[in-house]
Unconditional design. Sequence first.
Length: 382
Amino acid sequence: MFVAALLDAWPEAWEGLQRAIRAAGLPADWRLELSPARDGSLTGRRFAVRPPASGKSRPTGRFREIVTMLRQAPLEAGPRDRAVAILTLLAEAEAAVHGIPPDEVHFHEIADWDSIADVVGAGYLIDRMGRIGWSVAPLPLGRGRVETAHGALPVPAPATAKLLQGLAVFDDGIGGERVTPTGAAILKHLAPAAAAPGQPLMLAAEGTGFGSRTLPGIANALRVLGFRAAGTVRSSERVAVLAFEVDDQAPEDLAVGLDNLRRLTGVLDVLQAPVFGKKGRMLASVRLLVRPEAVEAAIDACFRETTTIGLRRSFSERVVLQRKTVDVADELGAHPVKVVDRPGGRTAKAEIDAVADDEGGHGGRETRRRRAEARALDEDEA
C-alpha cells in the first residue's frame, strides 16, 4: 500500500522501481504489476508482486542471509541501505519479542519475494524522494487476533506494537490487523513527525494505495500527500543531534575518529569545540547532526571511534535553503560548485578542495574559484 500510494502520486518512478527490485534478485518469472484500483468512491492504484503459476522459487527467510543477499546484489547504495535499515528494524523488533539476537531471526510472514520486493520498493521510493521531512496521521490500532507462524497473536502483533511505540494510534472500532509489521518498520524508518510543519505549504501531489482486504464501511487505502514550501526558498526537515564530551582521548586520535564519523552515510556534520569540565579540565565537546534513519548506526560509530561511554540524543527541526550541486569543468579538471537559492538571490560556492591544486597560489585559487562560481550560476540558469 505504501509503494502503491507513492507510485500513484509520482507514477514516473515506476520504471526505476522495477529495475531496483529486479536488481535485488527478484526472479524473472515473478511479475510486478501496478494497476488502477477503486474501492467505493475512491480511486487509486494497487501494487502486486505475482508468483509464477508453478515451480515458485522462494528466498531464504533468515534476516542475516537476506541482508547479505541485498548487499551483494547489483543494487544502488541508497535503495539498498534503506531496505536493509527497514529489515533491521523489523529484525530487532522480532528479536526483542522472541528473546534472541537479531542475526538469528527467521522471518515467516515476509519470507517470500513479494515481501522483499515491497521492502526494496519502499527503500527505492524513499531514497528517490531525497532530503524531505515526513509526517504521519494517527494510525488505526486494530482489534482481535492475527494468525501467524507462531499461532494466533493479539492485534497489533507484538513486533508491530514495538515498532509503533512513539507513534500516535487510535481505535476506529474495525477489527483485524490494520498495520502490518512491514508497514510499521517502514514508518519507523521514516522517523515521522506527529504533524506536518507549521509553515505555509503548497499541495504538490496526492496518491492513494489500496490493499487487498475489504474492510466494513471504510476503504482499505493509504493516502500520501506531498507538499512543498509555498512562496519561499526554505524547507524544514527533521534531524537528530548527538552530543558528548571526551577528556581521555589523544587529540590526534580523536581527529581521526571524527573524520571517520563525517564519512558515515546519513551524518550531515560533525562539530568539535574545546570546553572546560570539572576541576578546570579541558574537554572536547562533540556534536553530530544525523539524518533520523541513520541514528542507530551513528551512535554505534561514536562508541567505536571515540572513548566516550555515553552520549545525548535529541531530535530537532532545521530550516535549510534549497540548494543543488553543479559540476563545472575548466582547464585543470572538473569540480562541484554548490548553488543556493537565497531570499536575496542565488549564490554559488566552490569548495576550496576543488581549486587547491592551482599553482598560482592564493591569487590563482581565488581567480579559479570565482570563475567556477560564475560559470555554475550561468549553467544553472540555462
